[in-house]
Design a protein around this ligand. Structure first.
Ligand SMILES: *Cc1c(COP(=O)(O)O)cnc(C)c1O
Length: 390
């Protein structure tokens, strides 16, 4: 079997000790070992969110966590301001509409981050406080752009809306300070920067968030956060949890803390910088704008003379390197290379080398080795400052 290395922005390449935890014998999910497991995971997640409040552990993908946030925090007819910067932000719009919320969209062109001043201005105009919720994306996986969540928190100031953040592809890769920034509900998932298999979402809720949840009237059952909290206090989940994935997530969180959050964040940043440097050296254009680059995924425009699907197919078949394409409107227009998961510098250099071969085969003129060299310079700490910022 050809080895496949996942450079897609989730699910990611998972380290062997984490995979091995999936094979452990199952335990009683109402017994003491499970209570210890759930407690460790919950406590381990708090510092990653930057919170001292409870984190609900749900059996769902990231989207289930987003749906839980909306279903629990609001009542039908309430107005929410959604500020999408890509496909995942638009998913927030769709979920909110599905729950009968009145959705106002604050648009940002794809590839850009949300301008804190635009958010500040819109909220300043909301003198009546008609906006009950603000829905933001930390890292927009579809465009390779990342929002500055500290700056957005400052822009929100003391507007009383309940703030919800999709940090599914951001949390763990960039420092997040939920309590200090004052966000109410923050959503993450197991299969992104935490580098575990898919199947679990984590929803951190502030004190004010729990109050809003108690008052909100939207229907909810499987994704009832108050119920998850009540059961968690007994060391359980309301429904049968994905026990094996929790075993794996437990090991992943332990390894995350052993590596140290600052080192893990620096690694994602370095990998993203190396890949961006390589793409520029190969005469390819980044899709994300300077100052808005994601650390977990690099989105690259596909020039007219190339085809995204052909690049991806050749990389997969010839080199076992699996990268992402564009979603929805961006299909065929971009390719995406993720930095999350158990990837080494050698893996990154190999993938860039493989991409050089594929680009040459498909008629893209390039200087052989230019991409690998640019990445090496980042890894060796020799990248020119201009490139480092690119
Ligand atoms: C991956 C991702 C999600 C969740 O997707 P699922 O497939 O439901 O896990 C949500 N938001 C962002 C920004 C993501 O990258």
């Amino acid at each position: 079997m050809q080895r496949h290395l996942l450079f897609i922005p989730g699910p990611v390449t998972v380290a062997q000790p984490i995979l091995e935890a999936l094979a452990k014998p199952l335990i009683d999910h109402r017994g003491p070992e499970f209570a210890a497991l759930l407690g460790r995971i919950e406590r381990g997640m708090r510092p990653i969110f930057g919170t001292s409040n409870e984190v609900a552990i749900l059996g769902s993908s990231g989207t289930g966590g987003l749906e839980a946030a909306i279903a629990n925090a609001f009542s039908p007819g309430q107005r929410v301001l959604v500020a999408p910067i890509g496909v995942f932000g638009k998913r927030f719009v769709n979920i909110a509409r599905t729950y009968g919320l009145e959705v106002e969209v604050l648009d940002t062109p794809y590839g850009h981050a949300l301008d804190p001043e635009a958010l500040r201005a819109r909220l300043a105009a909301d003198r009546e406080h008609a906006i009950a919720g603000i829905l933001l994306t930390h890292n927009e996986t579809s465009t390779g752009a990342q929002n500055d969540m500290a700056a957005l928190a400052a822009a929100i100031g003391n507007h009383p809306a309940t703030t919800i953040v999709d940090s599914v592809s951001g949390l763990g890769a960039t420092q997040f300070e939920m309590d200090a920034w004052g966000y109410d509900v923050v959503v993450a998932a197991s299969q992104k920067a935490l580098a575990a298999p898919p199947g679990i979402s984590m929803v951190a809720v502030s004190k004010r968030g729990w109050e809003r949840i108690a008052a909100a009237k939207s229907p909810r059952f499987y994704l009832d956060l108050a119920k998850a909290r009540e059961f968690a206090s007994l060391g359980q989940t309301p429904w049968t949890p994905p026990v094996s994935v929790l075993f794996a997530l437990d090991v992943a969180i332990e390894r995350y803390h052993a590596d140290g959050a600052p080192n893990v964040c620096a690694r994602h940043e370095r990998y993203a910088r190396a890949i961006r440097g390589a793409m520029i050296a190969l005469d390819l254009e980044l899709f994300s704008q300077p100052g808005a680059h994601s650390v977990t995924v690099v989105a690259i425009r596909v020039p007219e003379h190339l085809k995204a699907d052909e690049i991806r197919r050749a990389l997969r078949e010839q080199a076992g390197v699996v990268i992402g394409g564009g979603q929805q409107d961006l299909k065929g227009k971009i390719i995406r290379i993720g930095t999350m998961g158990a990837l080494t510098q050698t893996d990154i250099l190999g993938a860039i080398g493989a991409l050089e071969i594929v680009l040459l085969q498909q008629g893209h003129p390039l200087q052989v080795g230019a991409g690998v060299r640019a990445a090496l310079e980042v890894f060796l700490g020799k990248a020119a400052p201009a490139l480092a910022r690119a």
